[in-house]
Design a protein around this ligand. Structure first.
Ligand code: ZN
Length: 419
């Protein structure tokens, strides 16, 4: 947990017990649903400050007259989780545009030497400054994998990425993956990062390799994370073998055979959903896909800013909520996201989805959904918990981003108006 000092500032009077009310538009204790127009009653003295109770602001104000009320924050909650990123792309320039062009930019950036440990260190520093200690990261470099598994302040999952579209090369790709797991799994430490696998997408990993990876993950209890249904072009590719992805990547997709299903239906048919992967993006889905995800108990990771910047389409919040599928938030890489902060992601998601998604539901996704996606213990703030288990979230960067794509630097933790 990130240690956050009392938002009230120092109180130098040490004569006796003291209490404060910390109000916020949304307060979340990690239990149940986030509460709107709520407050935390905090015993600030004797130190350390501790939570007394959480409730509606007006109720607590009535029950505790005379207790000082601090300025209203937008959110008071446990630290949010970044459930999907690519830290080794943290030196990539923001590259808005279509999916095909973006994948080309990622490949060019890698060939130019932009990925690797140095870039991952930059991303780690950005996560730390955003108050994030729980992350799901896609890893392509063994040095980064070693660094994450040994990191003393991080938890979550380091997903080793697997690519391999040629079915004839599935055995070799699988054996190479098993070798990585055998060598790096001993580096896992209690309470630290776990090792996982990330078959890249259902169109860049062959069917036999997907089957083998899913069976291996189940047997070894390895977490999985897969990009799926990010771009509208994935639907025609899987259904008929045609469409813009075939046109753009024909030479690469010569061995790809359409299943006639949706990408999610295809993963289910191969037995991949039975390994309960977290699915990243999952924008272009039909109701039957969502029912399959619900039955399998899969968590979906939503990357609102990346979807907006790459023109990926609108994530169907309402449909996932209707079917009871858990959703987490992730930023994706700096190539398609202006920052690695899940607070910024939450603020942008609130703006992007408007009335289609309840901000409290998005807040649940940023905290509890993230822990559910990564299998990390969720926070539970109760009476007597240290007050710094709750974090007054910064406002976050405005959405849409400025012309440079950079953070606007709006990090005030006191709400000054609607955001
Ligand atoms: Zn990604």
């Amino acid at each position: 947990m990130v240690s956050v000092s009392s938002p009230s500032g120092a109180d130098t009077d040490t004569r006796g017990p003291a209490r404060e009310l910390w109000p916020a538009d949304f307060v979340y204790d990690g239990l149940g649903r986030p509460r709107k127009d709520a407050a935390v009653l905090v015993q600030t003295r004797p130190e350390p400050a501790r939570v007394v109770t959480i409730g509606l602001l007006e109720t607590l104000r009535t029950q505790h007259p005379g207790v000082p009320v601090r300025p209203t924050r937008r959110v008071i909650a446990p630290a949010p989780v970044n459930a999907h990123t690519h830290l080794d792309l943290s030196r990539m320039p923001l590259s808005p545009g279509g999916y095909v062009d973006f994948v080309g930019a990622v490949i060019a950036h890698g060939r130019a030497g932009g990925r690797g440990l140095e870039a991952a260190e930059k991303g780690l520093a950005e996560l730390a400054s955003a108050g994030v200690d729980t992350v799901g990261d896609i890893v392509t470099d063994e040095r980064v994998l070693a660094r994450l598994l040994a990191h003393p302040g991080l938890r979550g999952v380091a997903y080793w990425e697997v690519l391999g579209a040629d079915p004839d090369a599935a055995d070799a790709a699988f054996e190479a993956t098993v070798d990585v797991v055998r060598r790096f799994r001993p580096l896992e430490r209690p309470g630290g990062m776990r090792l996982g696998l990330s078959p890249h997408t259902p169109h860049t990993v062959s069917a036999p390799l997907l089957r083998k990876l899913a069976a291996f993950a189940r047997a070894e209890r390895l977490p999985l994370q897969i990009h799926v249904a990010e771009d509208a072009g994935e639907l025609p590719l899987h259904r008929t073998g045609d469409g813009p992805l075939r046109e753009a990547w024909g030479p690469f997709l010569t061995t790809f055979r359409p299943s006639g299903r949706t990408p999610v239906g295809y993963l289910d048919e191969l037995g991949v959903l039975a390994a309960r992967p977290t699915l990243v993006h999952a924008v272009h889905v039909v109701d039957d896909d969502i029912r399959r995800l619900q039955r399998a108990g899969c968590v979906v990771v939503h990357c609102a800013r990346s979807n907006a910047l790459l023109g990926s389409g609108t994530f169907p919040w309402a449909a996932y909520a209707r079917h009871g599928v858990s959703v987490a938030l992730g930023t994706d890489s700096r190539g398609s996201s202006p920052s690695l902060s899940p607070v910024d992601e939450w603020r942008a998601a609130v703006a992007i989805h408007g009335v289609a998604a309840d901000p409290a539901q998005l807040l649940w996704a940023a905290v509890k959904g993230g822990h559910r996606a990564l299998g990390t213990p969720p926070p539970r703030v109760v009476r007597g918990s240290p007050a710094d288990a709750l974090m007054p979230w910064p406002l976050g960067a405005p959405w849409p981003p400025g012309p440079t794509g950079a953070d606007a630097g709006s990090v005030d933790d006191v709400r000054s108006g609607p955001n």
